[in-house]
Design a protein around this ligand. Sequence first.
Ligand SMILES: [Zn+2]
Length: 403
Amino acid sequence: MILKAAWVVPVTSPPIHAGYVEIADGRVVAVGAVSALPSTATQVTDLGNVILTPGFVNPHSHLELSCYANLLKPARFWNWIEQLIRLRSKPGQLERERDAVIDGARQSLRAGVTCVGDISRRNCAWPVLKQLPIRKVCFVELLTLADHPPRNPDELRRGAREVVEDELLTVGISPHTPYTVPFDQIRSAIALADEIRRPWTMHLAETPEEVAYLRGEKGALSPTIEKLLAQCGIKAPHCSPIALLAECSQGVRPGSIAHANYVTDDEFGQLADVGHVVIYCPRSHHFFGHSPHPFMRMRAAGVTVALGTDSLASNDSLSLLDELHYVRTQVANPPPPDELLQMVTLDAARALNLDEQIGSLEPGKQADLSAFSCAPNINDPIRALIDSPAPANAVWIAGRPVI
Ligand SMILES: [Zn+2]
């Protein structure tokens, strides 16, 4: 099958005007200018005035929270999380959140997002996502404080084993945060990911209070939370989040760090050397009223930074184009459009250890593609995409049309 488009944006090379992508057995076989296509080419579909891109990759989502969209007002993280816990505990949680996963996956696909890194609290999302034609890394979350498993490394291992992988579904491991999981359990969770050779991710340095707590400041978190942590055997490690991360992930493959909002500049080099990917969630970041994210300085220091949406409980949409539009219009000195696009494709794929398979249009990669309408006279397709975010009008996953 050959798809012709007004513009093809491979990400790893400049956009091609009047381009084509050839697909066979679910993979990209060739990418180039239509003028180079032999006249004998068959099975050619002309998509017309569209921009064809690799499907976008959202490396940090909690689709099961999609049902809490528009219910919580922008607030400080700690106030928000209390309200969220209250909302989630209302009767019918499992059914409600199962439907939310379906809804969130559909919204993602419509926005041209073909792969999600999704964290599910009770390991409930994967059977739902498995039925849906979207690529996914289903992270099994370890949260020692929780009422439901997985709450310890054994339950985590069991949870990971339950997940039935297929060509679109990969299991991942996520120790929740360093203030909800004891140090040794974070280490064994990351070691488990390394043992089964699957991606891992952790929320880290999300709030100033978390950083103060980790450094050993008494009263950094609320007395109720600190009492709860003590009961679960969680102790402040008396170090910075990045020092803790280094201790817990020594000798294993790098992972992805969600947020990293309050990492100090002198530690960026360490993150870059190890190769952890930072996931910045711009609109969710704004929702919580955090200080400006240091992602530009991180990038300058060599850290790979991907963009994610976080959940609809702290964001307006699951569209990564909306995320790019926000950064381009609301953040001081944003990266140029081509670099922004890479942050939701190839860099985001790297956050999920999938950059060999997706994130760009190159021969051998999975044919995950999204097509967006464009005006006939544009000359910068990436800028056009970001300036006026719109739903995708066609999406393919492993070469199969899903929208
Ligand atoms: Zn999160």
